[in-house]
Design a protein around this ligand. Structure first.
Ligand code: ATR
Length: 267
């Protein structure tokens, strides 16, 4: 029997997930399908409530439903609660279990490149920052500093995760002694404003990563590379966050390979 899964969003046509899961289904020869479902907010509750009845193994949840989905699944796991959002739903014994694989996606992407885990600096305090902060705490960074244009949003995350908050104006100053710098803002995304930050105080040994992957080498990553810092682009996070859902629904842990990266870039 064909195993069914998909992604729910609104709009959802931009979602890259059907192509990614389609690639893996073909690669592993699995009798499965992964569709995009455009679900308006007023229909979200009925859709998630009906995932098991439709015979689906589960689904991904994307913008703007990630936070709402947390309250609509039968069980939200600790990661989903810590992040405050569900991006993956798995049906187990007829019940919907909500988790958040952005945390593992971020970690898996930087894991091979991680050096010291003393101080990390996070730029931004949106949904992506929440997942990044949970990952940094899991990795065991002793100090995590967060800075955001809207300070209150950084303070809200800091309350639940024990972080240091600094003002957006001080984002360059706080880089002294950092082992890791993460951009989680949308700045640097093709067509949006650039990210202005002085890297002067950032140690050359620090790893720099960006969750923006269009362009693959953001101006931040280019600036970091030019001064000798090691960098990791954001494409891997997108690919790695998809893997646990695929494994849960279709029974095979898919690999994130260089070939897949190239395939993704060609789409
Ligand atoms: P996501 O869920 O992808 O993290 P988001 O919740 O919309 O998206 O968050 C976008 C992040 O980019 C926020 O930290 C936002 O800062 P604010 O909280 O102050 O809005 C940040 N951001 C977007 N445009 C920005 C800009 N022009 N200058 C500084 N930060 C910006």
């Amino acid at each position: 029997m064909t195993i069914g899964a998909g992604v729910i969003g609104h709009p959802v046509s931009h979602s890259f997930s059907p192509k990614l899961h389609g690639y893996w289904l073909k690669q592993y020869g699995i009798d499965g399908e992964y569709k995009a479902y455009d679900v308006a907010p007023e229909n979200l509750s009925a859709f998630i409530g009906g995932v098991a009845d439709r015979g689906m193994a589960g689904c991904n949840v994307t913008i703007p439903h990630k936070e709402a989905a947390l309250k609509l699944v039968d069980v939200a796991d600790d990661l989903a609660v810590a992040v405050g959002a569900v991006n993956t739903v798995v049906v187990e014994n007829g019940k919907t279990i909500g988790t958040n694989t952005d945390v593992a996606g971020f970690y898996e992407n930087i894991k091979p490149h991680l050096g010291n885990t003393g101080k990390a600096v996070v730029l931004g305090a949106g949904g992506a920052a929440r997942a990044v902060v949970v990952a940094l705490k899991q990795i065991g960074f002793s100090t995590v500093v967060i800075t955001n244009r809207t300070r209150e949003k950084a303070e809200a995350i800091a309350k639940s995760q024990a972080l240091e908050v600094v003002s957006w104006e001080e984002r360059g100053d706080v880089l002294s002694g950092a082992d890791l710098l993460v951009n989680t803002t949308s700045l640097g995304l093709a067509g949006s404003e650039p990210l202005y930050i002085s890297l002067e105080r950032l140690p050359q040994t620090a790893l720099v990563t960006d969750i923006v992957y269009k362009p693959l080498i953001t101006p931040l990553l280019a600036a970091a590379q030019a001064r000798g810092n090691h960098t990791v682009d954001g494409l891997g996070m997108l690919l790695h966050q998809a893997a646990p859902g695929f494994a849960a629904w279709f029974g095979v842990m898919p690999q994130v390979t260089e070939e897949l990266r190239q395939h993704t870039l060609s789409l």
